[in-house]
Design a protein around this ligand. Structure first.
Ligand SMILES: *Cc1c(COP(=O)(O)O)cnc(C)c1O
Length: 465
């Protein structure tokens, strides 16, 4: 019983002894260092340093405040919270890692437009107010075959907006097999509720027929909705109504058909291990009246929810008050326009997502060998092995992308990965069969050096990271 109270006494004494910010600002040993930086930054660093030491004391680590704590806090302040990482997971559209990396053309366009004024909502020919969607509408209609287009913040927002416009206060018919959760709590029934549409479920989890939709149609039906199963698959005894058939039914009964496509490929993706994915042009050609898809999934552009479809319906959607609430900013317009131009020009391979999904596996093997060479030079034990990766981002759930990785021989894989995350440029790897795996699919040539450096540091043990 005596020991804890002595311990607590020691802890309390250390807590009481923590210096004040004023004291630290006057501390001679820190004077030179602090004089070199703006005072507000110095104060922020000292606050952070003291807070961290206090936290450590409360956790039971009995160590007084030291000048080196200020150095650590200054380093922490110099590191942005949001910053680049290297993706060695092999998951191309990794939602946690920011999904689609942008093409250099798109990045350059963003920088150009963001740094000054732009004609975002200004018609330069007429000298009057214009539409912020104008720069991308023509590209989108050309590339998808739809009559008109609109872009909002993301595809979840797009689905909400389309349902609110077409079916608020009315019925929206959806197959039970498509009442999905896309991820991050985005569930079709919840979006439906938020939109004000009344959900009418038809069919069963595995089978839905045209007659199910047909018998659910009433004069109060606002929309027939189809949700692409982008992040899971139903196999076995299954049946679904294709867009073409559903659209024919909708046309016959005068009810619009809305397809939430999610993944949004503009061109067919053919590469080793990829599975078929309905493209936007094919969905439009099949007769869908409105199609929504993401800008930063298979399209490989900025985060956005793209809505294309029949002009009269898009005009109604544009007028809905939610459109203003969900509107995109100039950086998104810039990045999207530049990305769509690459598709228009027949250069999809200039888009990182497209390129990473379609790498020839032999090229990946060569890259893994190159990484291995760098690792061996640092004395790290590793080998190159074939491995299977994923598309990610809720697209092509069954696709297994044949890739190559460097498999590292390390003691504690979880601790090793933690160390890699702490690198100057954090490296995100994964564990497979108890081993640390560095998949090279999402690493560019110039990333290999920094990855090898991070692995080198991590292999020197905990004290090094
Ligand atoms: C991913 C996805 C969404 C959500 O798209 P975000 O752009 O992430 O908002 C919606 N619907 C489907 C079918 C999806 O796959």
């Amino acid at each position: 019983m005596g020991a804890p109270s002595t311990e607590n006494g020691g802890k309390n004494a250390l807590l009481r002894a923590l210096p004040s910010i004023e004291q630290l600002l006057r501390r001679p040993s820190l004077e030179e260092k602090l004089a070199a930086i703006p005072r507000p930054r110095a104060v922020a660093a000292l606050r952070l340093a003291v807070a961290r030491v206090r936290e450590r004391l409360l956790r039971g680590e009995a160590r007084p405040f030291e000048d080196s704590d200020v150095d650590e806090a200054l380093r922490a302040l110099a590191t942005p919270n949001l910053r680049p990482v290297l993706n060695a997971t092999g998951v191309v559209l990794h939602t946690n890692l920011g999904r689609a990396p942008l093409a250099p053309e798109a990045v350059a366009r963003v920088a150009e437009v963001a740094r000054g004024y732009s004609n975002l909502e200004y018609d330069l020919d007429e000298g009057e107010r214009g539409s912020r969607y104008a720069p991308v509408v023509e590209l989108l209609t050309q590339l998808t075959g739809a009559e008109d287009a609109l872009v909002v913040n993301n595809c979840a927002g797009a689905a909400l907006l389309v349902l609110a416009t077409l079916a608020a206060g009315h019925e929206a018919i959806v197959s039970r097999g498509e009442l999905v959760e896309i991820g991050g709590g985005f569930r079709v029934p919840d979006v439906m509720k938020q939109s004000g549409a009344r959900l009418v479920e038809v069919g069963t989890t595995n089978r839905t027929r045209r007659s199910d939709y047909e018998s659910a149609l009433t004069p109060d039906t606002g929309v027939l909705m189809k949700v692409h199963r982008s992040n899971f698959a139903v196999v076995g005894f299954t049946e679904e109504v294709e867009v073409k058939e559903l659209s024919a039914l909708g046309r016959a009964r005068g009810v619009p058909v809305f397809v939430d496509l999610g993944s949004g490929a503009l061109v067919p993706l053919t590469g080793e291990g990829l599975t078929g994915e309905p493209t936007v042009p094919a969905t439009v050609a099949a007769g869908a009246d409105v199609v929504a898809f993401s800008g930063d999934k298979l399209l490989g552009g900025p985060q956005a929810g793209i809505i294309v479809g029949r002009a009269e319906l898009i005009a109604r959607i544009k007028k809905h008050p939610l459109t203003r609430a969900l509107r995109i900013d100039k950086m998104t317009v810039a990045a999207l326009e530049a990305t769509l131009e690459l598709y228009r020009d027949g250069r999809p391979e200039a888009i990182p997502t497209y390129r990473m999904l379609t790498w020839p596996v032999e090229e990946l093997r060569v890259r893994a060998e190159r990484l291995l060479g760098l690792l061996v030079m640092k004395g790290i034990k590793a080998r190159v092995a074939p491995i299977s990766g994923q598309v990610g981002g809720g697209a092509m759930p069954l696709a297994r992308l044949p890739s190559y990785a460097c498999i590292l021989t390390v003691g504690e894989p979880a601790a090793f990965l933690e160390c890699l995350r702490g690198a100057r440029v954090p490296v995100i790897g994964r564990i497979s069969d108890g081993e640390v795996v560095m998949d090279v699919r999402c690493l560019a040539e110039e990333d290999l050096g920094p990855v090898a450096d991070a692995v080198g540091t991590a292999s020197q043990g905990r004290h090094a990271c």
